[in-house]
Design a protein around this ligand. Structure first.
Ligand code: DP6
Length: 422
């Protein structure tokens, strides 16, 4: 049985997981319940120092139901996706022994023990930055540690996948491929790491969080509508993506930025073309998104070789991948020139994440931003329209590591005496 004399006890684990950005997109499911995709996809894991979910999972014989809090607010676990993850995790639970605390949990005990889960995103959920990917990856990872699950053959990624498809790719750092698999059971639809985060550490990622009032179509609903109505989606998944996956793997292996950028931009644009090909059409990008594309395309064209790649998920935010730090600071100058903050904004609250890029770009204050000159590629005729206020803020980050345990118990989100969030 569950032992520790008669005293109540709580056992906890805290973990941190990254988000990821797809460079070859997942869009379309062949199985909605198991979340099985119609094509492979490839992503870059983003540094969890800048964007991450932290999750504490706790177990105690005193808990009488599974409960979860997200960013401090209790949410329901009754949805099918949470239920699948909890069921799949419990099925694999092992024996756990904590000698120091005198706690012993046997494999069979997990079926009736209830868990409390507290999860927190270090970025605004409303910004639309793949919070479900980091969230379900973190949930699967933390519960697996708590229940002493020996992870084999990407099994954890296939559990996270059942929470949200893109979450399976957040179980690894660096460059990750989600292999679609063939089996109807989904056991071969898993994530694999292509290269770790130090393989290509020149890359710098700048995210433009674009202001938007529009209520977006969820990825889940959007991809269902595309699957049902877009002929381009089916051509893409059968013909275009298989080829691009091979080319992208090669570009990553060789750190070939030119191919990487070409494929990344083309795949983002094709994904948004699929959205337009959906009936009724779905618009995720807005005018600001398109202006950012123009800015990057014009500069890349001017340089002759790509300096920056862009990609957009199911929302208007731009994820810009610069070939190195020099390119990133030149990019930042352009972005701040075209999209200055609204008046009275501090520069340091307009650029979050790795702020050292500001100094490298020679930008110490708002005065420096106001004095920015038009970039050379627009000299000679093209009229400049500045769009103050259309970007909420930028985040500077880089490729990063996969999930990690947080050992410092002070950082746990659940109070070890009460079992509820601090
Ligand atoms: C555009 O993983 O959010 O970001 O599996 O239904 O939860 P569900 O969808 P989700 O879709 C992500 C779609 C995308 C592209 C990608 O991340 O590959």
């Amino acid at each position: 049985a569950v032992s520790k004399g008669s005293e109540p006890w709580i056992l906890m684990v805290t973990a941190r997981s990254p988000t990821n950005i797809a460079v070859i997109k997942y869009w379309g499911k062949r199985d909605e319940t198991l979340i099985l995709p119609i094509n492979d996809s490839i992503s870059v894991t983003l540094d969890p120092d800048h964007l991450c979910t932290t999750t504490t999972v706790a177990v105690s014989p005193a808990f009488d139901s599974d409960r979860m809090w997200l960013n401090g607010k209790e949410i329901s676990l009754s949805g099918g996706r949470y239920q699948s993850c909890l069921r799949e995790i419990r099925r694999r639970a092992g024996d756990v022994e904590d000698e120091k605390k005198g706690i012993r949990i046997r494999k069979v005990d997990w079926e009736r023990l209830r868990v409390h889960i507290a999860s927190y995103n270090n970025f605004p959920t409303a910004a639309g930055l793949a919070s479900s990917a980091a969230g379900f990856a973190c949930l699967a990872f933390a519960l697996a540690k708590l229940m002493n699950i020996k992870e084999e053959n990407g099994e954890l990624s296939s559990i996270a996948r059942q929470g949200s498809g893109s979450a399976c790719r957040s179980l690894y750092g660096g460059f990750v491929k989600w292999v679609m698999g063939n089996d109807a059971s989904g056991h071969d639809s898993i994530a694999v790491q292509l290269a770790n985060e130090s393989h290509w550490d020149d890359l710098v990622i700048i995210i433009a969080v674009v202001s938007s009032q529009q209520k977006e179509t969820s990825s889940t609903a959007g991809m269902r509508e595309s699957f049902d109505t877009s002929t381009l989606l089916h051509y893409r998944s059968k013909v275009v993506v298989p080829r691009r996956i091979l080319q992208m793997e090669e570009a990553i292996r060789n750190r070939d930025f030119q191919s990487f950028a070409r494929l990344t931009c083309a795949d983002s644009n094709q994904f948004h073309a699929v959205c337009l090909d959906t009936s009724p059409p779905i618009f995720y990008m807005n005018d600001t998104s398109r202006r950012i594309i123009n800015c990057v395309e014009r500069w890349n064209q001017f340089e002759g070789t790509p300096q920056v790649a862009y990609t957009y998920d199911a929302g208007p935010n731009a994820v810009l991948i610069a070939r190195n730090r020099t390119a990133a600071s030149l990019l930042l100058k352009r972005l701040l020139f075209y999209f200055p903050p609204s008046p009275d904004t501090e520069l340091t609250s307009y650029l979050l994440g790795d702020k050292s890029i500001l100094e490298e770009a020679g930008l110490q204050s708002m005065k420096d931003v106001e004095n920015l000159q038009a970039p050379p590629e627009i000299k000679g005729g093209i009229s400049v329209d500045k769009n103050s206020g259309s970007v909420s803020y930028f985040i500077c980050t880089r490729p990063g590591r996969g999930p990690t345990l947080v050992v410092d118990e002070d950082q746990a989100l659940i109070d070890p005496r009460t079992g509820i969030p601090k």
